[in-house]
Design a protein around this ligand. Structure first.
Ligand code: CDP
Length: 219
């Protein structure tokens, strides 16, 4: 079976960036599992579904018509043929995604879809439960963390670069609330797999983290 590199960790730990660079370097496929929860949320919002109705959300997750395509060097997400790459990053979709991700039915419905991304020569899978639930047999598992303060600061710089003004204090509160939701949910709560290597990226830049991860992959 094609090897999987599982990269899990909390919101803002930089795993998305690291996963993408790693997949490029190794020539592996990439699974952004968070995007699947976001696509489920967007599909539900699009059809005005009741976001608390697990049966409906499970049905939507199980019948998603999605595709990922490389467009101008970036991964574009398509929902029913429509490019929703930007839409799925909107705040209301993030909020909804976090709610639907707490539903066991939705998580079960997305399981096979995630495993289908596994193909030769290998897969880099980015998420919360890649190493614990989706690919428990992954030969390399990394749990990437950073202090809440650092993650809030990174987000702050990112938004400032886009000309968005927000308070650092609000961002920190938001990160803490998300951590709590991710860690306290019933199914697949955020936690490192027993055989995961924990990497703390506080004070380490992207290249520094990438080098450490590459070293783990090569060993
Ligand atoms: O970057 P951010 O943490 O804001 O979002 P994301 O990684 O795109 O994930 C979107 C939502 O899906 C979050 O609420 C995650 O908790 C959830 N998620 C999950 O439950 N399991 C995964 N494997 C990936 C994401």
């Amino acid at each position: 079976r094609a090897p999987v590199i599982a990269i899990d960790g909390p919101s803002g730990s930089g795993k998305g960036t690291i996963a993408k660079l790693l997949a490029e370097q190794l020539g592996y496929s990439l699974l952004d599992s968070g995007a699947l929860y976001r696509l489920t949320a967007l599909a539900a919002l699009d059809r005005d579904a009741d976001l608390t109705d697990e049966a409906t959300l499970t049905e939507i997750a199980g019948n998603l018509d999605i595709r990922f395509e490389l467009r101008d060097g970036e991964v574009a997400a398509l929902l029913e043929g429509r490019d929703v790459t930007r839409d799925i990053r909107m705040e209301r979709v993030s909020m909804a995604a976090s709610k639907v991700a707490a539903m066991p039915g939705v998580r079960a419905a997305l399981l096979e879809c995630q495993r289908d991304f596994r193909r030769a020569p290998g897969l880099v899978a980015d998420g919360r439960d890649m190493g614990t639930t989706v690919f428990p047999d992954a030969p390399v598992k990394i749990f990437l963390t950073a202090s809440a303060e650092e993650r809030a600061r990174r987000r702050f710089e990112q938004l400032r670069g886009k000309g968005v003004s927000v308070s650092l204090r609000d961002l920190l509160e938001d990160i803490r609330a998300r951590d709590a939701r991710d860690m306290n949910r019933e199914t697949s709560p955020l936690a490192p797999a027993e055989d995961a290597v924990e990497l703390d990226s506080t004070g380490v830049d992207i290249d520094g983290v990438l080098q450490r991860v590459l070293r783990l992959v090569r060993d």
